[in-house]
Each structure stands twice: as C-alpha cells, then as structure tokens.
Design a protein around this ligand. Structure first.
Ligand code: GTB
Length: 218
C-alpha cells in the first residue's frame, strides 16, 4: 500500500528541515518504508480537498489505504507501532518511549514555539526586548531539566526510539537562537540524531524540494 504524505511546496525555512514533514520522513526512513510526498502551496492547504484530510489546513498529513492521519506525533506513533525499530519490544519500555514523544510535543515544543514565533514576528514590537528574556528563560528551564535527565546517555531511555526522534526534531528548531549551544550535552544529543543515516535521507529529501526557493511566510 503506497504511503502518501504532504509537505510544503515551498517551505519558509528554505530547506533547513524545520517544518514538521521532516520528522515524518525521518520515521519512515528509520523503518525503511517507501513513501510518496504530495507538495502543497499555502493556498492549496486551505482548500476543501486538503481540509478534508487536515481539519486545520496544515502539513503534514499521512495516507495509507483507507487511513488518513494528521498531527506529526500521531503519524510518527502510527509508523512506530506498525514497524520495528522505533519502539522497544518490552511493553513498559515502549510506554516510556511514547511518554517521551508526548514530552517532546507537549512539554518542550510549546515554549520553543513561543520563542521562535517571538523571534519571527515580534521583533518590531515595543515589548520585544523586555519579553524575549522571559521567553528564553522558559526554554532554558526545560532544557536544564532535559539535560539533567539525559546525563551522559546517548538517548533518553536506552536505545534510540520514536521518543528521541520527536525530541531531536523539536530541539532542532532552537538552533538559530543559540540557546541549544548553552547545553553541550543536548547539542551533542541533537547532533547524534542528525547523524543517523535515516535522518540524513529525510533531510536531503526535503532539502531537494526547498533549497533555493524563496521564503513565503510561516
Ligand atoms: N501540531 C501539528 C503537527 O505536529 O503536525 C502542527 C502542524 C503545523 O504546524 N504545520 C505547519 C503548517 O502547515 C508546518 S510545520 N503551517 C501552515 C499553516 O498553518 O498555514 C511549522 C513550521 C513552519 C515553518 C517552519 N520554518 O520555516 O522554519 C518551521 C515549522
């Protein structure tokens, strides 16, 4: 059954791999599943045909036979549960890996998103200089906690899992802020994720679409 996912026709990041299709591509590459990518313009994302797949008119979506999914975390979990390599066989370890997936999107991603949104859209606002340190400190607080838990380990809980895939994907978005480099253990963790051949293939695939294209907005 052919897997079809959606991605930006022209990602605003110009090929840095920061849009959420990259984590889905990465999961598919980790488990060795072939897939097709349907590219969408911002306008097409808001049209009825796409809204039938994604209620919020966004990417990524995932279609496999009769199944249609949205939400990158749910898509990665579906891939991980159906194919070996991204969740441990042990039921408790698997539950913990899923908890890390939720931690990535529910505990780390919100303050990181707030910071990136502020840096992108609030620079010219009168409150920007005063607010930025507060937003940065919220991110630092979570990174300190995460860094402490990771310690000297390569991955969050034993072998690389979908929890790491999601966490690295979320942390990657911090790179341009410089904050990640304040936490060398986390910077090395992200670099380990990026070095995985499956990530490299996913990154190259999205880059081939986006590099050289001009930014068109968030
Ligand atoms: N919670 C959803 C998920 O995890 O799938 C969020 C999906 C989402 O935010 N999709 C974004 C989208 O479709 C693309 S990833 N936006 C278009 C719209 O809402 O109209 C967010 C994103 C966009 C651009 C960059 N970038 O250029 O760096 C990074 C991340």
């Amino acid at each position: 059954m052919t897997i079809v996912m959606t991605a930006f026709e022209r990602s605003p990041d110009g090929g840095k791999g920061l849009a959420r299709d990259t984590r889905v591509r990465w999961a598919l590459e980790e488990v060795g599943l072939p897939y097709e990518v349907r590219l969408l313009s911002f306008r097409a994302m808001k049209e009825a045909a796409h809204l039938a797949l994604h209620p919020f008119g966004q990417i990524p979506t995932y279609q496999e036979g009769d199944l249609t999914l949205f939400e990158s975390g749910a898509i990665v979990l579906h891939i991980a549960q159906g194919h070996g390599g991204l969740l441990p066989d042990d039921a408790d370890a698997s539950a913990r890996a899923i908890a890390w997936m939720f931690a990535a999107v529910n505990t780390l991603e919100p303050p990181i998103l707030e910071l990136t949104m502020a840096m992108l859209f609030e620079r010219d606002k009168p409150w920007y200089a005063g607010r930025l340190p507060l937003v940065e400190d919220r991110v630092r607080h979570r990174l300190e906690q995460l860094s402490r838990r990771l310690g000297d380990a390569d991955w969050l809980d034993g072998a690389f899992s979908a929890g790491d895939l999601m966490m690295v994907s979320v942390l990657l978005r911090l790179r341009s802020s410089g904050i990640l480099d304040e936490f060398p253990g986390l910077a090395a963790y992200v670099a380990r994720g990026e070095a995985r051949p499956a990530y490299q293939r996913a990154f190259a695939a999205q880059r081939a679409v986006n590099v050289g294209q001009r930014a068109g907005g968030e």
